[in-house]
Design a protein around this ligand. Sequence first.
Ligand code: FAD
Length: 393
Amino acid sequence: MVTVEELFAIDALLSPEEREIRDTVARFGEKRLRPHIAEWFEAGTFPAREIAPELGKLGLLGMHLEGYGCAGASATAYGLACQELEAVDSGVRSMVSVQGSLAMTAIHFFGSEEQKQQYLPAMAAGELIGCFGLTEPDYGSNPGGMRTRARRDGDDWVLNGSKMWITNGSVADIAVVWAYAEEPGDDKPRVRGFLVPAGTPGFTAREIHRKLSLRASLTAALDFDDVRLPADAVLPESRGLSSPLACLSEARFGIVFGALGAARDCLAAAVDYARTREVFDKPLAGYQLTQAKLADMALELGKGQLLALHLGRLKDRHEITSEQISAGKLNSTREAIRIARECRTILGANGITLDYPVLRHANNLESVLTYEGTAEVHQLVLGKALTDANAFR
Ligand code: FAD
């Protein structure tokens, strides 16, 4: 028997250090997270406070960033870590992506030296949790339409508006919030990032319940009602919508690898099940229909991993484009959800329970397909790149 990684000789493409990082994260996932994940998913919770310092100790928070207590790992190593975390659950990988690739990256890219010193080491250690508020109730795929506003009052900023679907929002110590900043002298407001500590008067975070996807992840609605912030709450280098979009690009890159981890876990469960489950007096694995399903899924998973690695290498050489990340995000999420659903068929009725990971992963992947740019948005990005015609509006 071979795994997909063996079939495609993936290890031959990794350095010993990358394999070591991957295996360390895999061991952590299996030992520390997997035994509890079904329970967390069922309860609709995630013990972020407890797990974040452990993730920090492994160097997984802001892993690809340099300095300020961050690991400074390669993009490829970061991707491999995402893959192992998401093999356990997309919720865990989401926590890490939002902390490292969104909140910490925003501060690292656009923050002042003081902001970086104040927040990044504690966030890298998992002592402080961050969230990233861009989406609003009425503006998801088109964040440029956002209504949240920051106006000047003397030296202070006053923030009003709301954000929706914010991962880590209910547990975060610090929220990176994107708003149109109205500044004297500017002819029109510009999107800028603001650091809003939890507990600031007028700032409330309300957990969103009744989710059927990413249940082992905390998701919140944030409200800002005349939230008064000091002058230095703004991320000074953030200027325009391209700033949050640059952070999203970092997080999307992690998903290119991550989603394939969920798919791999489903495929492993399906192979395992098919080898022992007997139907019509022999193991399900011995039927041609089952083998065709498994072979097709293995092909898509292997191709996805090769693409992810290629994109990782391009990113490590600073040669990657946002269109290439879109292609990877679209491919990985779309194929991963197809694989998860197909694996569920192999497990029959057992596949719908939390005793097996397949429907949990499939449900999670609904969110992964949607956040960080929906599949349709990435199709439009690629369509525009191929034709030069903008079909967004
Ligand atoms: P819409 O933008 O309303 O899209 C609805 C449908 O219309 C989609 O199918 C979309 O593809 C399609 N569509 C949109 N535009 C076009 C077009 N031009 N042409 C054709 N079709 C189009 N956001 C954050 O800021 N921070 C977070 O931490 C965060 N975490 C999240 C966690 C979860 C679990 C989920 C589900 C979402 C999270 N999001 C977060 C929000 C996420 O980024 C948005 O849901 C996403 O951008 C899509 O926006 P929307 O849900 O408003 O859908």
